[in-house]
Design a protein around this ligand. Sequence first.
Ligand code: SF4
Length: 432
Amino acid sequence: MDRISCTGCSLLCDDILISSDGLFIDQIIGACLKGKERFDQVGSKNRILHPLMKNDGEIGKVSWDEAIKKTIDLLKKAHKPLLYGFSNSSCGAQVKGIQLARKVNGFIDSNSTICQGKVLNASKTSNLTMTTLSEVINKADVLILWGFNAAESIPRLLNKVLFSRGKFRMTGREIKTLIIIDPVHTASFGVMGVRDLTLFIEPGKDIELIKILKDYCCSEKEISEMKIGALDKDDIKRLLLNLKEAENSVIFIGQGITSGPSSEELIKELLELIEVIEKKQQKGRISIMMAGGHFNMAGFDQISLSILGTNQNLQFFENRLIDSNDTIVSKIQKEDFDCSIIIGTDPISHLPHELSKKLSSKPIIYIGNQHTATSRMADVILPTAITGIECGGLAFRLDHVPVELKKLINPPETLSSDEELLNKIIEKLEEN
Ligand code: SF4
């Protein structure tokens, strides 16, 4: 059996055992249901196995030459193309995506922009103390899931960080306190024990809670009678005590924090709270981990930061990065694009209806391996191999640790990796 990493989510579990004859997967041991679904994509009914193209409104099979020609024609005609996705591709493909954006005067963005990228942006003005999974497994005694449903989005995370016995401790779950701050009773509440703290917070009240914690963290005064939504004085006292007294605590930041209209301000306040606690703590350490879901969301931030020095607002013009405040959302909102390349993601399903309508009103080139709402709106569909199963590459785990992905089986005939396909498009553009 081969031991490989699973690309079902950003945890990139490296303990999955697979038996295969190089053509088919026979047995998978150790993956959660979400991981199993990822492996099942190889033979799924939804799999795209041939290039497809829209002709007179009808989508039909075409040869690779025709599909690439149409792609080049669309890109040559476009003056302001968008490139979006890249969280389910290898770092190699992300590098090629940036090269392509440079070549076509494009604007490139990843799913991170509406998720963990906001936290990285906030760190330009606040300190950001990050941690690794190993540190959490071995040392953490307080784990806070803030607006983050770990059990469903990163299913094996709690197995690893909550139920593990740390290398530097003789103790495990029994000394670990889990705190969940969420307005919704998610599946993650199922693992709560007696020492844990459940904080159902009303939607939109997180910022109020953070401000109060900041205030009381810095003062010696007793918390007076107060209520923040459904949270009372005792809840806030217990939360504050855990934050101040923990030896090693980690806050997992989920979509409950990174989405929503006031997310930027909320993240800024949260990072400031962490700074305040760090100053107050005599013996402990507090850090954050961003809980992006897609397996290589952290990769795009790493790659763009290392190549371009910035991870957002990536607008190219005449081979240079130019000043921009845009994100994929504002570009679509203003209809400031005339064509898009979507890779490995499904914005037509994920974005609000008003935005997906605008996105689908201009030609779409879709690169991916499964049919989605976006592929159904696309003008050209270019199928690729499944990264981490049919081709290898590098990815960054949710804690920004690089993980090498292995190729396990051959992809269906004629399919190449995202990286190879993007490279081919760049070469064809150069020839023309
Ligand atoms: S937790 Fe994520 S990486 Fe681990 S097996 Fe499940 S889907 Fe795969």
